[in-house]
Design a protein around this ligand. Structure first.
Ligand SMILES: N[C@@H](CCC(=O)N[C@@H](CS)C(=O)NCC(=O)O)C(=O)O
Length: 230
């Protein structure tokens, strides 16, 4: 089966959560917007069709378009053994992924607290205030939640690796990139070990070393601005 992933070129962003799942599944996929003419194709799909997605990332499977990161992962997880097999387990995985989605929005809103459509430079004082709240209150609450779930366990859900583990790896990498100082203040041995295990998985390790893997930068969700890191 061949998948077509649509996401902004040049940033890992939310597309990366889907890429990690596709890479771990070992399936072939085309990162369409990174190919010549791909951006125009993405724009066309966003503009028309009765079930067009609101925003990237979205995945094309045959004639079907699947949007919303957690929804895409829910779909891939079932098809490629990246989620528990039973319904209760799949729902739990989906719930955890949606909680990660909340954390991702909050990490983004640190540098865009007033308007998504505005430049960071136009909202710096508010960003500083939001960053303090994120670092002192929200970051420890989210980290503590996931760290506690991992106590004595190797995976966030189920008995084997799932898309939630892959996404947690990416979130930890993003948080360490954006808030290196703040992250050093938190003890997260379970999450650190989980991240290391994910990075060592053969398909993920090969992917991380490949040109397909995009580095974090100041155009994406996880951005490093020293003044926001305390
Ligand atoms: N809840 C959606 C959010 C999608 C989203 O915000 N995508 C961003 C890029 S990461 C975007 O292109 N947004 C355009 C917009 O919101 O107008 C998801 O998790 O996939």
């Amino acid at each position: 089966m061949s998948y077509r992933l649509y996401y902004w070129p040049g940033i890992p962003g939310r597309g990366e959560f889907v890429r990690l799942a596709l890479e771990e599944a070992g399936v072939s996929y085309l990162d369409v917007a990174r190919t010549p003419g791909g951006m125009a194709a993405m724009t066309r799909l966003l503009a028309r069709g009765p079930q067009r997605p609101f925003a990237p990332p979205f995945l094309q499977v045959g004639r079907r378009l699947i949007g919303q990161t957690a929804n895409i992962l829910f779909y891939l997880g079932t098809r490629h053994r990246l989620a528990p097999a039973d319904e209760a387990g799949r729902l739990w995985a989906h719930q955890l992924q949606l909680t990660l989605a909340d954390l991702i929005v909050e990490a983004h809103d640190v540098h865009h607290p007033i308007g998504v459509e505005l430049y960071y430079e136009d909202q710096r004082p508010a960003a500083k205030q939001r960053a303090t709240s994120f670092r002192k209150s929200r970051l420890p609450k989210f980290l503590g939640y996931f760290e506690n779930l991992l106590r004595g366990r190797k995976h966030l859900c189920g008995a084997r690796v799932s898309y939630v583990d892959l996404s947690m790896f990416q979130v930890m990498a993003g948080l360490r990139y954006a808030f290196p100082r703040a992250m050093k203040r938190h003890r997260t041995p379970g999450l650190d070990a989980l991240s290391a295990r994910v990075a060592e998985r053969p398909r993920i390790a090969a992917y991380l070393a490949s040109p397909r893997r995009l580095a974090f930068n100041e155009h994406g969700i996880f951005r490093h601005y020293a003044e926001l890191d305390g």
